[in-house]
Design a protein around this ligand. Structure first.
Ligand SMILES: Cc1cc2nc3c(=O)[nH]c(=O)nc-3n(C[C@H](O)[C@H](O)[C@H](O)COP(=O)(O)OP(=O)(O)OC[C@H]3O[C@@H](n4cnc5c(N)ncnc54)[C@H](O)[C@@H]3O)c2cc1C
Ligand code: SF4
Length: 512
């Protein structure tokens, strides 16, 4: 593995012995949130070390075969699932975290989300108005702009036409992408370096400002003395095998855990159940479960061309779901398509006329937990239960998607809902989607948006951190990933995580 463009990053081959570092601030995790904290601290002139368990990737390192790609960039090779209700969920392991493999969608949550957060969780300073300057700054940092028309491709533009026909709002997806070529490969890594994932945008900027960035280092424990964190320790790990080697320790005045909402609770639990006086560490885990429908059109759509996710509609946010276009490698689509052998082959013979549109849902009733395993494995045990009260949101979303497809001229749709006809050829046939026959266990869903496992709350008895991300029980221990959201964002979470992280970094700087 070689370091990414524009910065010096320490990589696996460079660790020859145990080592110890010192800094004002140590940040664990180089995803969107950790990278932003690191950048702001460095920019303010303080010494900062960013620690990342995964390796850096360059364009030549990306595999376009989905299986090989997931085995390299995702934890548990992309096969992580929840227990209880079984649902796949993916977290990345690489410099840049989720931003390397995600679709780069950057959306600010609507006002009602912040109204809900601030009243329900006693977070007076977490209003949209107060966060807007931080949203402005992080959008500028990672080059957020609308997806241009010339790289939308037919499958994205048909969604817009359908929304127009039904009178729904829609807009080109705002993404942190500059010079998109419409290759539809965001999931396996952007080989043209158009996607401004934080490994090529924020991390190099942090390095230019003086940050030290160490990859292939797994933090295993937070070190403390009394109510103060003093640093972290762990081991060097070999990329892709996870084999552990040299030990390291970083001493710091402030410790920031930004390891992602599945890993930060595990780190706290493995460090002696730290920061858990409220009992909320690892609880309240929420997702945006997503459902998708494939529409098959009478003419070829050349779906391989087009921004991975180019158009969306915010029309139904208050009803609990967001509509999007979506593309994924054929192997990932196949996993979600019923049938085997010749049957599956026949279905995929029509792939050239496919469009896939999805809905991500705010499922407030469905919550779960993150727990550390026994032993030294840091992969979490995830439990999550889909609550029947969230079913109407997803059923309504499926119905709206069906309406959109037929309004766009699809000759048939594949809903993926178990026990219903595999193919539906008209809106009349699709009525079955809202007939009351759909049960939670019939839905095929997945969720890569995860949050709330170390939630913020103004009341120290009800949350793990305050609204500036500082642990209620520890003076200088901060958490900065989507785990601190008190509830879901209704829209794609990355940008919100980055805006909160920026605000938090400024609070840390004020106290250094
Ligand atoms: C396929 C996919 C598509 C998505 N699409 C979008 C999208 O388009 N828009 C959007 O808003 N959101 C999207 N998301 C979600 C988004 O990527 C995440 O919400 C976001 O990355 C969370 O950022 P984070 O900084 O909280 O954590 P992460 O991005 O998970 O980063 C945490 C980092 O910490 C590292 N780490 C963990 N444990 C340790 C340890 N012990 N020691 C050292 N390092 C450690 C991890 O390796 C990782 O790099 C998508 C996610 C996926 C998987
Ligand atoms: S669609 Fe292709 S070119 Fe555009 S950002 Fe995604 S991977 Fe890069």
């Amino acid at each position: 593995m070689s370091p990414p463009d524009g910065g010096e990053v320490r990589v696996f081959a460079q660790y020859e012995r145990d080592f110890r570092e010192q800094a004002d601030v140590v940040v664990v995790g180089s995803g969107p949130c950790g990278a932003v904290v690191c950048h702001e601290i460095a920019r303010a002139g303080h010494s900062v070390v960013l620690l990342e368990e995964g390796p850096p990737f360059r364009p030549d390192d990306f595999e376009i075969d989905a299986g090989r790609s997931m085995a390299r960039t995702m934890r548990e090779a992309g096969l992580r699932t929840t227990r209880g209700t079984i649902m796949p969920t993916m977290q990345a392991i690489c410099l840049g975290g989720g931003s390397l493999v995600n679709s780069a969608i950057c959306v600010r949550p609507p006002q009602f989300v912040f109204d809900d957060w601030s009243t329900r969780f006693e977070l007076e300073q977490t209003t949209r108005e107060q966060l807007d300057p931080h949203f402005d700054a992080v959008e500028a940092l990672v080059g957020v702009g609308p997806t241009p028309e010339n790289v939308q491709g037919k499958r994205n533009l048909l969604f817009k036409q359908a929304c127009d026909a039904l009178g729904y709002d829609s807009e080109p997806m705002p993404r942190n992408v500059v010079g998109c070529r419409g290759s539809g490969e965001c999931f396996t890594g952007c080989r043209s370096r158009a996607k401004q994932s934080v490994d090529i945008s924020v991390v190099p900027a942090a390095i230019r400002a003086g940050a030290r960035v160490l990859t292939s280092v797994q933090v295993q424990r937070v070190l403390t003395e009394g109510v103060r964190a003093t640093g972290v320790e762990g081991q060097v790990v070999e990329p892709f095998t996870g084999r552990r080697g040299h030990r390291f320790r970083v001493d710091a005045k402030v410790v920031v855990l930004a390891a992602g909402c599945m890993a930060t609770p595990v780190l706290l639990q493995k460090s002696g159940d730290l920061a858990n006086r409220s009992g909320q560490v690892g609880r309240n885990l929420q997702f945006h479960p997503g459902v998708a429908i494939a529409g098959i059109f009478p003419e070829p759509l050349d779906p391989q061309f087009g921004a991975t996710q180019g158009y969306h509609s915010l029309q139904f946010l208050e009803e609990g779901f967001k509509l999007e276009t979506l593309w994924a490698p054929a192997a990932v689509l196949a996993v979600r398509t019923p049938g085997f052998g010749y049957e599956l082959q026949d279905r995929f013979a029509e792939l050239d006329s496919f469009a896939v549109w999805d809905a991500i849902a705010s499922c407030h009733h469905s919550v779960g937990t993150v727990k550390a395993r026994r032993g030294s494995n840091l992969d979490p045990i995830l439990t999550w239960k889909f609550h029947p009260d969230d079913l109407p949101v997803l059923v309504n979303a499926l119905w709206v998607l069906a309406r959109l497809f037929f309004a766009a001229g699809a000759k048939k749709i594949v809903s993926g809902v178990q026990r219903l006809p595999y193919e539906m050829h008209s809106l009349e046939e699709a009525e079955v989607l809202r007939s009351g026959r759909v049960r939670p266990s019939d839905l095929v869903f997945g969720a890569n948006h995860a949050f709330c496992s170390t939630r913020m709350h103004g009341d120290s008895g009800k949350g793990v951190v305050d609204e500036l991300g500082r642990c209620h029980d520890y003076d200088n221990l901060y958490l900065a990933d989507t785990g601190i959201f008190p509830r879901c964002t209704a829209v794609n979470p990355m940008l919100t995580g980055m805006a909160l992280a920026r605000r938090q970094a400024h609070a840390i700087v004020d106290r250094l």
